[in-house]
Design a protein around this ligand. Structure first.
Ligand code: GLN
Length: 471
C-alpha cells in the first residue's frame, strides 16, 4: 500500500500507527537479512508508535532514513568506519519535522561511504542488493533507501543527492526520487560531502507520496543559512488540470543509451504528447562536460569537509604516536574511494593547480547554469534519462572512471542547483528504467505535477513490488 493510502486508513481508524509499525518491522526482519538495505533499526519504534497521536497528519507512517542524516539517539554512520559508533546528540531538521507530524524513523539505510559512489559497493559495511535482481546493485549512494522502498520495507524514505544519489538508485529500483532545488530542504543534520551540491531528497513509490514528504520536510530553516524562503506547496500543486507545458528533450542525452532506456524515452514522449504537452528537442551544450567539472568540484569540497575526521572531535580515534600519529591512524580507516576523493580534492585546490582545475571548473559551472537558464526561456521542463542503462551487476564498475560515468545525466542538476525528479518509466527485461525531469529553479512542484499526469496516464504500469507488499 502507498503512503497516502496508509495515512487515509489510519485517519479513518481502520489501522493504528502501532499496527503499521509492527507490520513494517516484521517485514524488515524477514527480508532485510538477504537484502541489506538497513544499517540500524530504531529499537524504540514500537514504543514510539504507541505514543503517536493518530490525528497527526503523518501518523502511522514509518520512514527509512539514509544513514548520513542525523537521528538523535540513533546511530548515524554515513557508511563509514570513522563514524561506526557515532550516536548524534541532535536531529536533522528534515527528521525533526517528520517526527513533529507523527511519522517515525524505522531505521537507517545503507549508502556508499559519505555518499561517494553509485552502487553502495563503497559502504564500509556491506553492499545492498537490488530487490529486482540479487546479483545487481541498487544504485547509490542512497541504495539502501531505494531498495527498502522497492521491497516495501518502508512506504517512505529520505536520501541525499550530491551528484545523483537520490535519482540514480530510484531509477535502478523502480521508485520515485526528487533532488530538490538547492536550499528547498534544510541541510542541517546532513553529514556534509560537497556542501554547495548536497540536498536531502524524498523517495517514495508514488508522486502523491513524494508530495506528502516534501510538504513535511521542505521550507526555510534558521539552522541552515542556505535554506530558501519558499513555502512548500506540493500536495496543492497536484490538484487541478495539467497546464499545457512545453517539454524539451535534451539532445546531448540521446545517444549511447541502452535499448530499454531508448524505448522508455520514446514511449514517455508519446504519453506526454497525449497529455497535451508540446515537445521539442533542445540542446544543453555543456552537459557532456558536467561530469568532469563535478569530479573536480565535489572532491575539492569533500577534502575540506572530511578534514574534521582527525580523531579529535568526532567519531573514531585510533591509537597512534602523538597528535600526528593519531591523525594518520584514524584517517587510515577511510575506505579507498574516500581517500581517492580527498587526494584529488587536495590536488585540485593546491597552489599552482588551483586555477587550472578548481577555477576552471567553477567558471564552467557558471556557464552550465547560464545555459540552463536560457533553455528555460524556451521550455518549461526538460526530459532526459536518469541513467544510460538499468542496474549493473556487482563488481562491474571496478575502474573508478567507469563508476563515475554512471552520473553522466544526473550531475547537471546539482551543478546548476535545479530541481530534478526521477520517475519509473519502463523496464528492460526484469530491470526498472527511470527517466528524469528537470524544472527551473524553485519550480519543484511542477515536476511532481507532470510526473503525476504520467503516473495516472500509464495507470501505474511501471510500479512493481518484486517481493510483494507489507500491506
Ligand atoms: N555518484 C556520485 C559521487 O560519487 C554522486 C553521489 C551523491 O550524489 N552523493 O559523487
Amino acid at each position: 500500500m502507498l503512503a497516502h493510502e496508509i495515512r487515509a486508513r489510519v485517519a479513518r481508524g481502520e489501522v493504528s500507527p502501532l499496527e503499521v509499525a509492527q507490520a513494517y518491522l516484521k517485514r524488515v526482519q524477514e527480508l532485510d537479512p538477504s537484502l541489506g538495505a538497513f544499517l540500524s533499526l530504531n529499537e524504540r519504534l514500537l514504543q514510539e508508535a504507541e505514543g503517536v497521536d493518530p490525528r497527526l497528519p503523518l501518523a502511522g507512517l514509518v520512514v527509512a532514513v539514509k544513514d548520513n542524516i542525523a537521528t538523535r539517539g540513533l546511530r548515524t554512520t554515513a557508511g563509514s568506519r570513522l563514524l561506526e559508533n557515532f550516536v548524534p546528540p541532535y536531529e536533522a531538521t528534515a527528521v525533526a519535522r517528520l517526527r513533529a507530524l507523527g511519522a517515525l524513523v524505522l531505521g537507517k539505510t545503507n549508502l556508499d561511504e559519505f555518499g561517494m559512489g553509485s552502487s553502495t559497493e563503497h559502504s564500509a559495511f556491506f553492499p545492498t542488493k537490488n530487490p529486482f535482481d540479487p546479483h545487481r546493485v541498487p544504485g547509490g549512494s542512497s541504495g539502501g533507501s531505494a531498495a527498502a522502498l522497492a521491497a516495501d520495507l518502508a512506504p517512505l524514505a529520505l536520501g541525499s543527492d550530491t551528484g545523483g544519489s537520490v535519482r540514480q538508485p530510484a531509477a535502478f529500483c523502480g521508485v520515485y526520487g526528487l533532488k530538490p532545488t538547492y536550499g528547498r530542504v534544510s541541510r542541517f543534520g546532513l553529514i556534509a560531502y560537497a556542501s554547495s551540491l548536497d540536498q536531502i531528497g524524498p523517495m517514495a513509490r508514488s508522486v502523491r507520496d513524494l508530495a506528502l514528504l516534501m510538504d513535511a520536510v521542505a521550507g526555510p530553516d534558521p539552522l541552515d543559512a542556505t535554506s530558501l524562503d519558499l513555502p512548500p506547496r506540493f500536495q496543492e500543486a497536484l490538484e487541478g488540470p495539467l497546464p499545457p507545458l512545453r517539454l524539451g528533450v535534451v539532445r546531448e542525452a540521446l545517444a549511447g543509451n541502452s535499448p530499454g532506456v531508448e524505448r522508455a524515452l520514446e514511449e514517455a514522449l508519446e504519453v506526454f504528447r497525449g497529455l497535451g504537452l508540446s515537445l521539442r528537442e533542445v540542446s544543453w551544450p555543456s552537459l557532456p562536460q558536467a561530469l568532469a567539472a563535478y569530479y573536480i568540484l565535489a572532491p575539492a569540497e569533500a577534502s575540506s569537509n572530511l578534514a574534521r575526521y582527525d580523531g579529535t572531535l568526532y567519531g573514531v580515534r585510533a591509537e597512534g604516536e602523538e597528535v600526528e600519529g593519531v591523525r594518520q591512524a584514524t584517517r587510515a580507516r577511510f575506505g579507498l574511494e574516500v581517500k581517492r576523493r580527498v587526494l584529488v580534492g587536495t590536488f585540485v585546490l593546491s597552489s599552482g593547480y588551483y586555477e587550472a582545475y578548481y577555477g576552471r571548473a567553477q567558471a564552467f559551472r557558471r556557464r552550465l547554469k547560464a545555459e540552463a537558464r536560457a533553455l528555460f526561456q524556451e521550455v518549461d521542463l526538460l526530459l532526459l534519462p536518469t541513467t544510460p542503462h538499468p542496474a549493473f551487476p556487482f563488481g562491474a564498475r571496478r575502474d573508478p572512471l567507469s563508476m563515475y560515468r554512471e552520473d553522466l545525466y544526473t550531475v547537471g542538476a546539482n551543478l546548476a542547483g535545479l530541481p530534478a525528479l526521477s520517475f519509473p518509466a519502463g523496464f528492460e527485461g526484469h530491470l526498472p528504467v527511470g527517466l528524469q525531469l528537470l524544472a527551473p529553479w524553485g519550480e519543484d512542484e511542477r515536476l511532481l505535477r507532470a510526473a503525476l499526469a504520467f503516473e495516472e496516464a500509464t495507470d501505474r504500469a511501471f510500479l512493481r513490488a518484486p517481493l510483494g507488499e507489507a500491506f
